[in-house]
Design a protein around this ligand. Structure first.
Ligand SMILES: C[S@@+](CC[C@H](N)C(=O)[O-])C[C@H]1O[C@@H](n2cnc3c(N)ncnc32)[C@H](O)[C@@H]1O
Length: 257
């Protein structure tokens, strides 16, 4: 893909001068909050994150119900989405994340539920998976953290089968003025205070609203997916646009613009 407007763009955490430093910052930040991640997630979202994950599940259920789908939950973190996917399909769902302490939590939670989901440590930009091997990739609240969105999308295109489905659940930008102001106040003022008290890492919870603010708006992400080789791309805004669910399929013959 040669779209100069998006080439080389990804998350830019404080102090990170290049993509390698950005990825390292993200990894150590999630490592630090891993033990309190689930608790804070549900607390800070007033449990609305559970509804958003349910939307994701509903969007991909037709793939899960096939006889033997190859499914990857990328940036699986502590495994909340992975567990829901696994409960709704017969074949083992893979989970991948590059942060070891988050995977440790995922192993603990899947083992407690006797789910045999294979989990592995890997960077989303360089997955240890064969070309065209997956029917479905889900990513919940992970894509925004990638050091390079274009490279991430191309890696997802590479690993999906032609016709394979991608579902990205991610924070987005509230549409109405009222939602923008109230959510802005909450996420930039209250959220860092609560997050820092519970996790001890204020920077993790100032990074969250900052990274959301810089993340492409939903129509832009749709365009990026299409440029990378996805078809039938659509998105649904959730909770007034606080989050968005994008879905698309790898084109039968992937194109590069
Ligand atoms: C906000 S958490 C979301 C976890 C989980 N999907 C959920 O819905 O709760 C983001 C996760 O993405 C992972 N992550 C970020 N960048 C990554 C990358 N380049 N490769 C693999 N995992 C990454 C982080 O380690 C973290 O566990």
């Amino acid at each position: 893909m040669n779209d100069p407007a998006i080439a080389g763009r990804g998350t830019t955490p404080p102090g990170a001068g290049d993509e390698r430093q950005a990825a390292a910052w993200v990894k150590q930040m999630f490592a630090a909050v891993a033990p309190r991640y689930d608790f804070l997630n549900h607390l800070l979202s007033f449990n609305v994150d559970r509804l958003w994950r349910a939307h994701l599940l509903a969007a991909v259920i037709s793939v899960l119900e096939r006889s033997s789908p190859a499914v990857l939950d990328l940036c699986c973190g502590t495994g909340d989405v992975l567990i829901q996917l696994q409960k709704n399909t017969k074949k083992a769902v893979m989970g991948a994340d590059f942060c070891h302490p988050m995977l440790v939590e995922a192993v603990r939670k899947t083992s407690a539920r006797r789910l045999a989901s294979p989990l592995f440590e890997a960077d989303a930009l360089t997955l240890p998976l064969r070309d065209g091997s997956l029917d479905l990739i889900t990513i919940a609240f992970g894509f925004r953290n990638l050091a390079n969105y274009e490279a991430g999308l191309l890696e997802l295109v590479r690993t999906l089968k032609p016709g394979g489905m991608l579902a990205i659940l991610e924070f987005s930008h509230p549409r109405s003025w009222f939602m923008r102001v109230s959510y802005g106040l909450y996420s930039r003022v209250l959220l860092p205070v609560i997050g820092s008290v519970v996790s001890g890492r204020r920077d993790a919870y100032t990074y969250l609203p900052e990274s959301i603010g810089k993340f492409p708006a939903a129509p832009r992400l749709k365009h990026m997916m299409e440029s990378a080789g996805f078809t039938e791309v659509s998105f649904e805004l959730l909770t007034g646009g606080i989050a968005a669910l994008h879905t698309g399929r790898k084109a039968a013959v992937a194109h590069k613009t």
